[in-house]
Design a protein around this ligand. Structure first.
Ligand code: KG4
Ligand code: ZN
Length: 333
């Protein structure tokens, strides 16, 4: 029986964060522990899959133990275990899935596999309990850029996605080109505060053309511009590039909300930590008379509380997953 008292342990290891969290019911976060590996990967300028997998092996059990203790529970007091089964890095996913299945078997409780993208859709509802479908979420991370309409729990429609680079990928690639470091998003965000966002009119690809995104041309424009103008102010480049990304994201989100006929909009994914995106998204929601929800930074980036929440809903709607389901690096919504 799944109900508001069901305590779900969530485990997230799809990329470079080892995370575990305990929820009671779909929204009550008892604990959430995230161990980031960003320092391990920074010197390589990106996530190294082999290093990520090994770090998850070392961190998974201590992080899970910390989440259970922080929730004030003991071993026998977890009612179900949820883990991200995809999409993500296969070697990393396998660690979380294996750990979750082993714990579920040991404790004799259900295991449930969670889609990482579905988990991001639940992040906003953990901090704002009034968030309920029907709603549209702009999910923007290092690996994904999509507009998802959630008509009801468990029922989604991908309204638009990127045809080339993800938004976070564009931030990371432009930052690397400008010699700023990794991960690029927060570095560009910070540098942009010192620049003029109207200094350079970078192109807005496909702005009025459906709900799909394209960021690869924008990245190339930045590279060409800096080559042609070697003395340009880098803060101006950062601010103008960021403005172009934000402008496209917000314009398409508004169009998606119109199309879906919803008045609840949410942001999710690592790029939702971007200060200009948060500001422009909320301003657009206010101007259009919609309710806009922007999770805290901790809830925007990868965490296991959102995995446990999605796991609770999956258990509620479909019941447990069979123990022979595997990790799927290219799982879709
Ligand atoms: O969701 P996430 O933590 O991991 C996945 O990709 O699943 O997102 C990481 C991405 C990176 O590309 C990073 O550069 C970007 O989110 N990011 C940001 C900011 N903080 C993180 N992008 C723009 N502005 C930020 N403040
Ligand atoms: Zn993510």
């Amino acid at each position: 029986m799944i109900d508001g008292g069901t305590r779900v342990l969530g485990i997230e290891t799809s990329c470079d964060e080892t995370a575990a969290a305990v929820l009671r019911g779909p929204r009550d976060v008892l604990s959430s522990v995230v161990s980031s590996q960003v320092d391990l990967h920074a010197r390589y300028g990106g996530v190294v899959p082999e290093i990520a997998g090994r770090a998850h092996v070392e961190l998974a059990v201590p992080v899970v133990a910390e989440a259970i203790v922080a929730a004030g529970l003991r071993d026998g007091e977890i009612d179900a275990v949820a883990a991200t089964v995809g999409p993500g890095l296969i070697g990393s996913l396998l660690v979380g899935v294996g750990t979750a299945k082993a714990l579920a078997l040991t404790w004799g409780v259900p295991f449930v596999g969670v889609n990482h993208l579905e988990a991001h859709l639940y992040a906003a509802s953990l901090e704002s309990p009034e968030v309920e479908p029907p709603m549209v979420t702009l999910l923007v991370s290092g690996g994904h850029t999509m507009l998802v309409s959630m008509e009801a729990h468990g029922r989604y429609q991908v309204m638009g996605s990127t045809v080339d680079d993800a938004a976070g990928e564009a931030f990371d690639k432009v930052a690397r080109y400008l010699g700023l470091g990794y991960p690029g998003g927060p570095l560009i965000d910070r540098l942009a505060t010192e620049g003029d966002r109207d200094a350079i009119a970078f192109p807005r690809a496909m702005r009025h053309d459906g709900l799909d995104f394209s960021f690869s041309g924008l990245k190339t424009s930045v590279v060409n511009y800096v080559r042609k103008h070697p003395d340009v102010s880098l803060p101006d480049v950062a601010a103008s590039f960021q403005e172009a990304v934000v402008d496209i994201l917000v314009a398409k989100t508004r169009a998606a909300a119109d199309q879906a006929g919803v008045d609840t909009l949410c942001l999710g994914g690592g790029v939702a930590a971007n200060s200009r995106l948060r500001e422009a998204f909320l301003a657009a929601c206010e101007a259009d008379g919609r309710r806009g929800y922007v999770p805290s930074m901790a809830m925007c980036t990868d965490n296991a509380a959102m995995v446990a929440a999605a796991g609770w809903w999956r258990l509620h709607l479909d019941g447990p997953s069979p123990l022979d389901i595997g990790a799927n690096p290219s799982l879709r919504l």
